[in-house]
Design a protein. Structure first.
Length: 121
């Protein structure tokens, strides 16, 4: 094994360990999710998460974001003009996450997201 191969292998455990965690974006005020939040978690202590319209931010289909309400009061999940469907129900439109609740949003087509989670109202 060459020295270069050994150096590359020595760094792999660190790179693999990094993949075991999702990035966390902590917010303390109302926040609109961004492309950089895909594959991660937004932790919020503010009043509302906003999911922007496809016309303003074109998230790719399959984009997934975990929303965590890190507060002792409920927080709103607002969607501007696209459709937000609560998984397993006929519910559409804005949702609320109860205190310390968590939800996952997934973009399932150009203008439609699904949402599921614990503490979802």
């Amino acid at each position: 094994m060459s020295a270069a191969d050994k150096t590359a292998l020595d760094g792999m455990p660190t790179a693999i360990d990094t993949l075991r965690n999702i990035p966390v974006n902590a917010q303390t005020a109302a926040y609109t999710v961004a492309l950089t939040d895909r594959g991660g978690m937004v932790s919020m202590t503010g009043p509302a998460f906003t999911i922007p319209s496809n016309a303003s931010v074109a998230f790719p289909v399959g984009s997934t974001i975990v929303l965590y309400n890190n507060a002792s009061v409920a927080t709103a999940i607002v969607i501007t003009s696209d459709t937000l469907r609560q998984t397993g129900t006929l519910n559409t439109g804005p949702r609320t996450i109860s205190a310390y609740g968590q939800a996952t949003i997934i973009k399932v087509n150009t203008t439609e997201w699904t949402i599921s989670g614990a503490g979802l109202i």
